[in-house]
Design a protein around this ligand. Structure first.
Ligand code: SF4
Length: 401
């Protein structure tokens, strides 16, 4: 039986209204427990973030990024933040600069997204991928992640941050997202052009596209709500040319486990750290470039040296918190809120074929870590609630620090 991995947890909840009971102090404590001492002096430390896109600013707050950067510097490492070139170039719009973060922000695959290392994958229709060269060059990795929903996999977390974020744009968008085309779902011979148009019309989420010239019906993974909807199957029941099947949805998650492993394999096991922020949990990914309502109450922050354990724990905490029904956007037309059906909040939004635990299971299967974890809460409210209250809370005169 494999050992449980430690996952450190700092709750947003605090035992009293005092700085020592609040999240910033808990993050410092989690970093201390993660023990950055395995980062050697002058190690180049890639802090892989998703820096958002356009108006999508609900990523890891710069306030916390700065603390993590400082902690890397304290052990002698040379940190830099990295993400795709577009996110880096306009990161300033969302508050991320060298001055605010405390370290350079470098495009993960160079200024033209072309500084890459080709890696062999061999999964379905994905032969090779172009891994971002700057991440490949780094000595240590901090996978600093905003936990949120994701249209393709239900959940986007630490695995997704590397699985897609660790590769250049053509690999991400054409190959990794293109894996859905490797699973057959439509029988062209059984389907007339008129029927194909009727199927497109039946879909309330525009998840079906028909190219009349090529007589090709495409099912779009990100848009499809699978079991929550199935209106296309109703329209297809007399013909039976279309299938909505679990393998179609699972392939993306399996590939994510494989591609994140490729990135992790370029780092020494002692130089990989994972930090997940479960704050502002939006239904979509940060790359949507828009402000979104939070659909789960803020939970806190997790830190671990085991990517599978931290992802499993993150999903468990989100499951425990549940959805905030009032903030679910109206464009989710088929949400399943039945309390008698055991579904993860992201399955309730995206459909259970986008089960967010799938990627965690695949990641364990491919040897990225263990799903078994011990949740170690730092400075829990029960503890901080009993501490000596602060003598002075308010600044009564300028203190300048
Ligand atoms: S299941 Fe629903 S969302 Fe998916 S393709 Fe069919 S109609 Fe569209």
């Amino acid at each position: 039986m494999s050992e449980k991995a430690k996952v450190y947890f700092g709750s947003i909840q605090q035992g009293q209204d005092a700085i020592f009971a609040a999240l910033a102090v808990k993050i410092d404590k989690i970093i201390e427990l993660l023990d950055f001492s395995t980062i050697k002096k002058r190690d180049k430390v890639a802090i892989k973030m998703h820096l958002g896109f356009q108006d999508g600013h609900q990523t890891v707050p710069v306030f916390f990024v700065r603390r993590i950067v400082k902690a890397v510097k304290r052990v002698g490492g040379w940190p830099f933040i990295t993400d795709n070139p577009t996110a880096v170039y306009n990161a300033v719009d969302r508050g991320y600069t060298q001055e605010t973060c405390g370290c350079p922000i470098i495009p993960a695959a160079g200024v033209k997204d072309g500084y890459v290392h080709s890696v062999s994958v061999g999964y379905n229709n994905v032969d090779t991928l172009e891994m971002s060269g700057v991440i490949h060059d780094a000595d240590a990795l901090i996978d600093l992640t905003h936990a949120k929903g994701h249209a393709c996999s239900g959940y986007g977390g630490a695995i997704k941050n590397l699985a897609l974020g660790g590769y250049s744009a053509p690999s991400r968008w054409n190959k990794i997202h293109g894996v859905e085309h490797s699973i057959p779902y439509w029988d062209a011979k059984k389907c007339t052009p008129e029927h194909a148009q009727a199927l497109v019309k039946a879909c309330p989420y525009n998840a079906l596209k028909y190219d009349a010239e090529k007589h090709k019906l495409s099912l779009l993974l990100y848009a499809c709500r699978n079991q929550l909807c199935l209106e296309c199957l109703e329209a297809d029941k007399e013909v039976g040319c279309l299938e909505i099947k679990p393998e179609f949805f699972a392939a993306f998650q399996e590939l994510m486990a494989i591609t994140s492993k490729k990135v992790l394999d370029t780092f020494d096991e002692n130089k990989r750290f994972f930090v997940n922020f479960i704050l502002q949990v939006t239904p979509h990914c940060d790359c949507m470039g828009m402000i979104q309502p939070s659909v789960v109450a803020d939970i806190g922050v997790l830190g671990s040296r085991n990517i599978v354990a931290i992802e499993n724990a993150t999903l468990d905490l989100i499951a425990k918190a549940g959805l905030i029904e009032q903030t679910i956007p109206p464009y989710f037309k088929h949400v399943n809120l039945d309390p008698n059906i055991d579904l993860h909040p992201f399955e309730r939004l995206w459909g259970s074929m986008k089960n967010p635990y799938l990627v965690v299971g695949f990641a364990e299967q491919y040897g990225l870590g263990t799903r078994k974890y011990e949740l170690v809460e730092v400075l829990p409210p029960e503890e901080t609630g009993k501490m000596e209250p602060p003598k002075q809370v308010y600044e009564r005169q300028p203190s300048f620090y």
